[in-house]
Ligand binder design. Structure first.
Ligand code: PEP
Length: 251
């Protein structure tokens, strides 16, 4: 089963209008159509349209960092799937560990967001991952399994193959500590096995699982070379054109 590699840049709450447009332009200029590697950038929501304009006609897709799972209405400060689509998004990151930890986002909320994303024709990137404490107490698989089961609750088997999973050990995000390729592959293989149980073996083989956590140009090739690692969700290194393009070229 060949799965198309997906490299996504999560800009988090970084950049300003002009700098974001410049960053997007640099990436768009450096990335050509590639049947084996797909590239996504996820700027802050206020800059989606502007970055989308820069990316128009390029090989780089636009993604959002979150959505609110409701139709229009009294949800002050929130943005829904239809608005993201309207702004040119094709992807949306859901359940990033920063949202889980800082904003208290739960698996149940993430599963609602997942349903809203799919109903709105967005491709969800669902994040899971253990803390250092979880890992050191031998609970990595249990934590990842609970997050996956909860976040994917209600997901129809027919739509599952279009969902992207991002395994992001919390202890490796923004810390400079990367999971070794073997550590990452072990969890990715576990996730794929679990997806086979939740859906079918065939669906599990089609689903893409990204690794995230201090992915840099110098570790990308080895990580992306693992059999169950189908891409990367990149934070810090996605804010520099040269670093992000080097990671893309490693895919
Ligand atoms: C992330 O934001 O999802 C991430 C993995 O960040 P970093 O690459 O900076 O660790």
């Amino acid at each position: 089963m060949s799965r198309r590699t997906i490299i996504a840049g999560n800009w988090k709450m970084n950049t300003r209008a002009a700098g974001g447009a410049q960053l997007a332009q640099g990436i768009a200029d450096a990335v050509g159509e590639n049947p084996t590697v797909e590239v996504v950038v996820c700027p802050p929501s206020v800059y989606l349209s502007r970055v989308g304009d820069v990316l128009a006609g390029s090989a780089v897709s636009l993604g959002a960092q979150n959505l609110y799972p409701a139709q229009d209405g009294a949800f002050t400060g929130e943005v829904n799937a239809a608005m993201l689509c309207d702004s040119g998004c094709r992807y949306v990151i859901l359940g990033h560990s920063e949202r889980r930890a800082i904003l208290g986002e739960t698996d149940a909320q993430i599963s609602e967001k997942l349903a809203a994303a799919l109903a709105g024709n967005l491709v969800p990137i669902v994040c899971v991952g253990e803390t250092l404490e979880d890992r050191e107490s031998g609970n990595t698989e249990a934590v990842v399994e609970t997050q996956l089961r909860g976040s994917l609750e209600g997901l129809d088997e027919a739509r599952a193959s279009g969902v992207v999973i991002a395994y992001e050990p919390v202890w490796a995000i923004g810390t400079g500590k990367t999971a070794s390729p073997e550590q990452a592959e072990e969890v990715h293989a576990f996730i794929r096995k679990l997806l086979g149980e939740l859906f079918t073996e065939d669906v599990a083989q089609q689903m893409r699982i990204q690794y995230g956590g201090s992915v840099k140009p110098d570790n990308a090739k080895e990580l992306l070379g693992q059999p169950n690692i189908d891409g990367a969700l990149v934070g810090g290194a996605s804010l520099k054109v040269d670093d992000f393009v080097a990671i893309i070229n490693a895919g």
